[in-house]
Design a protein around this ligand. Structure first.
Ligand SMILES: Cc1ncc(COP(=O)(O)O)c(C=O)c1O
Length: 510
């Protein structure tokens, strides 16, 4: 019997004759077996998803007990590690791709997107420069050109794929600040419905918090253009330098779209950079209805869009598109000595010169493979499906005597609350009732949805963007909400669920 040390030595120096340590490489059959094992786990997960609850989670203490340890000095079987990862770690999370996951803005990647990520990880190309990755760089240009066409941008437009809209917005803002000539006292404008990542991007380019102007929104949560024009004029008169207006191409709460053409008019007349946050709504532009809703999108100097949201891709994949590619390349282009061999001229761009990342994963492959496999007609249909289901939910809520619509549907976000007509409940009771409904659905129903505040009013919210969500999924969840609501208003149920809340909040987490 060989002892452990002998076995380890054998493993590490199996190819001892060639003095070649092979400890991190695996044999071909083992690689295939492990790959097949992972495939089986993932395919089963996808197929079993609808039968499971949309949410799973665990408290920190429990996970500490299961997982917290020093990094092990000696390894163990890869199969056991994969099993543990799949069963005890990865599955303890919100199942974003679940057909009844309506919370936040979810993500339901196609299987092709998952496979593309596997391929991309296996090749592990660094899509930094043409020299290092010609094929993947070219593919990124192809995908960017598709997006350019979908948005109706001119030939001069271009961009790059990013980790998400937060990164895309930051990069756009850096370009905008440079475009403006890095003036003193710069100011940036956005509505009170704008995603916090846009505020953070403004801070990151050095805009003082008091110079981030928050403009009111109207009764449909769209930026008030008159207030914006006045804010810009007042700032100019007071010696500030307005450099960016950031519009919403689908707010996270309600899906509202700011008046893009009116904002473009103002920005063009005042030479201010016009950015659109299309993280959630941008890909609606591939549909006829979305194009109508987003009229004026092609006039923006920059736009961010999340492919990991409404284009059915895995994380992390987003697009930053700018109307004039030079604005990005002038800002981010560098020519370090160490990369002098990578300068191949304008026809062979180095995408690392368009943004903050040098080492870059291949994000274009999954978009390209998904489009090649399914075709745009099918993808378009599934984006449109989200909008249709949201409209159907809106009609259902409108007709319901128990549910109240809180904002007309624009894209695929539906904001409503349980508030039986004629019941004359006070606001506090309505809010408490809806909080309990949310908590009960969280614990007791298969679906997952979240809430928002609309002008301070607690509101339930569905965002319907997953590609395999059906009307049945939406309808049954609305029915459950009505059932829970009626039960909550029943005095016997108040006794049981009176102060029910989601398990982890800022207040009760330690
Ligand atoms: C409207 C909007 N903008 C920006 C973001 C941030 O995007 P990301 O998470 O891709 O950085 C989100 C994310 O949900 C969003 O909904």
């Amino acid at each position: 019997m060989t002892d452990i040390t002998e076995q380890e030595n054998k493993m590490e120096f199996e190819d001892a004759e060639n003095e070649k340590p092979v400890g991190l490489a695996l044999a071909r059959q083992e690689m295939l077996d492990l790959g097949n094992k992972v495939s089986e786990i993932l395919v089963d997960r996808v197929k079993n998803l609808p039968a499971q609850d949309a949410w799973d989670g665990e408290f920190r203490k429990e996970l500490d007990a299961r997982l917290l340890e020093s990094a092990p000095e000696n390894g163990r079987s890869a199969e056991a590690v994969i099993d543990q990862a799949a069963n005890e770690i990865m599955s303890i999370a919100l199942r974003l791709a679940h057909p009844r996951c309506f919370g936040f803005v979810s993500s339901s990647p196609t299987w092709i997107s998952v496979l593309a990520d596997y391929l991309a990880a296996g090749f592990n190309n660094n899509v930094c420069t043409w020299l290092v990755a010609s094929g993947p760089t070219h593919l990124e240009l192809v995908v960017l050109d598709w997006v350019r066409g979908w948005l109706g941008y001119p030939e001069s437009a271009g961009g790059l794929l990013t980790s998400g809209s937060s990164a895309a917005t930051l990069e756009a803002f850096v370009a905008a600040r440079e475009f403006a000539g890095n003036p003193n006292q710069p100011t940036v404008y956005m509505s009170d419905q704008t995603h916090y990542s846009v505020i953070r991007a403004a801070k990151m380019i050095g805009i003082a918090p008091q110079c981030i102007r928050i403009v009111s929104s109207d009764d449909r949560f769209r930026l008030d253009i008159d207030e914006l024009a006045k804010a810009v004029a007042d700032d100019q008169a007071a010696g500030f330098s307005p450099i960016i207006v950031a519009a919403n191409g689908g707010t996270t709460s309600t899906g509202s779209i700011d008046p893009l053409n009116a904002i473009a008019d103002l920005c063009e007349s005042q030479n201010i950079w016009f950015h659109i946050d299309g993280a959630y709504g941008g890909f609606a532009c591939i549909t006829e209805q979305g194009k109508q809703l987003m009229q004026g999108v092609e006039r923006a100097d920059s736009i961010s869009l999340d492919a990991h949201k409404w284009f059915f891709q895995t994380y992390e994949s987003a697009v930053l598109m700018v109307k004039d590619l030079r604005t990005l390349e002038d800002t981010f282009g560098m020519r370090p000595d160490i990369l002098q061999d990578t300068v191949w001229g304008a026809d062979h761009p180095n995408i690392a010169n368009r943004g903050l990342q040098l080492s870059r994963t291949d994000r274009a492959l999954k978009i390209w493979m998904s489009v090649q496999t399914f075709g745009m007609a099918k993808i378009r249909k599934h984006v449109a499906n989200g909008m249709e289901l949201a409209k159907r939910a809106e009609a259902y809520i409108d007709e319901s005597a128990e549910l109240e619509l809180m904002c007309p549907v624009t894209l695929s976000a539906v904001c409503f609350r349980f508030n039986p007509s004629g019941s004359s409940l006070d606001e506090e009771t309505i809010e408490n009732t809806n909080r309990v409904i949310l908590a009960r659905a969280f614990w007791e129903d298969r679906a997952f949805f979240s809430s928002t505040l609309l002008r301070g009013v607690f509101t339930l919210r569905f965002c319907i963007i997953n590609h395999d969500t059906t009307w049945n999924d939406v309808h049954e969840t609305l029915e459950v909400i009505k059932t829970f609501g009626n039960e909550v208003l029943d005095p016997n149920h108040w006794a049981r669920f009176g102060s029910c809340a989601l398990p982890v909040t800022a207040e009760n987490s330690s």
